[in-house]
Design a protein around this ligand. Structure first.
Ligand SMILES: N[C@@H](CCC(=O)N[C@@H](CS)C(=O)NCC(=O)O)C(=O)O
Length: 214
């Protein structure tokens, strides 16, 4: 099995965390060709996005589909709870992440350079993102991992994006994202201690440093 990956990608990092957590035998490789829209990579994943799993010939795009597949393929340690209610709770976070939390952050990636940024876009997207962080604060479990006492796919989804939130928002002059959000702050401290998360976020941090110029 092969994961097409870029260490800076928060979506690819979602899947790397699952691979590290499970010690799964998945080779982590860069996409072939010159970029995600190269003919070489589009021939593998027509969506031209990262991550993408080659499960011995079955091509699986989309980080959450990959993560659920890995969960079923490598059930130990389990990253989905046993009962339907708790599973629904985990899926709430993974969908909340993909559909609502991540998009306003992604819209800010193009605004990182203060010289060329559009202040209207920055204000609009920061406001949206702060609202999503308030919703996250209101739904996180108290004192444990995102969905409860156990580490799950919910934590795998949230951690890479919260890494960007914590590291990039100060550059926009935004309110510090952990301030006034005690559950988010406690979860963030706890989740970073997990070895799989620590490893994947260190890879992201190195890639971010390289992108920002050392
Ligand atoms: N919904 C997708 C999103 C993947 C995604 O947008 N990945 C980014 C890198 S973090 C990407 O490939 N961007 C290139 C593009 O959209 O053209 C997933 O969950 O895998």
């Amino acid at each position: 099995m092969k994961l097409y990956n870029m260490n800076l990608s928060n979506f690819a990092t979602k899947s790397r965390i699952v691979i590290y957590e499970k010690g799964a035998n998945v080779e982590i490789v860069a996409p072939p060709g010159a970029g995600l829209k190269s003919s070489e990579y589009l021939a593998i994943n027509p969506l031209g996005k990262i991550p993408c799993l080659d499960a011995d010939g079955l091509i699986i795009p989309e980080s959450e589909t990959i993560n659920e597949y890995l969960e079923e393929k490598y059930p130990h340690p389990r990253l989905m709870p046993a009962n339907p209610e708790d599973r629904a709770r985990v899926r709430h976070f993974t969908r909340f992440h993909d559909l609502y939390l991540e998009p306003p952050l992604r819209a800010l990636f193009g605004q990182l350079n203060p010289k060329s940024r559009d202040d209207k876009v920055v204000t609009e997207k920061l406001t949206e993102l702060q609202g999503r962080l308030d919703q996250l604060e209101a739904t996180l479990a108290a004192g444990g991992y995102a969905a409860g006492a156990d580490f799950t796919l919910a934590d795998c989804a949230l951690a890479p994006t919260v890494f960007f939130v914590v590291n990039l928002l100060p550059g926009f002059g935004a309110k510090p994202p952990l301030e006034g959000r005690p559950r988010l702050a406690a979860w963030w401290k706890k989740v970073q201690e997990r070895p799989s998360v620590k490893k994947a976020l260190a890879e992201m941090a190195e890639a971010l440093k390289a992108m920002l110029g050392g």
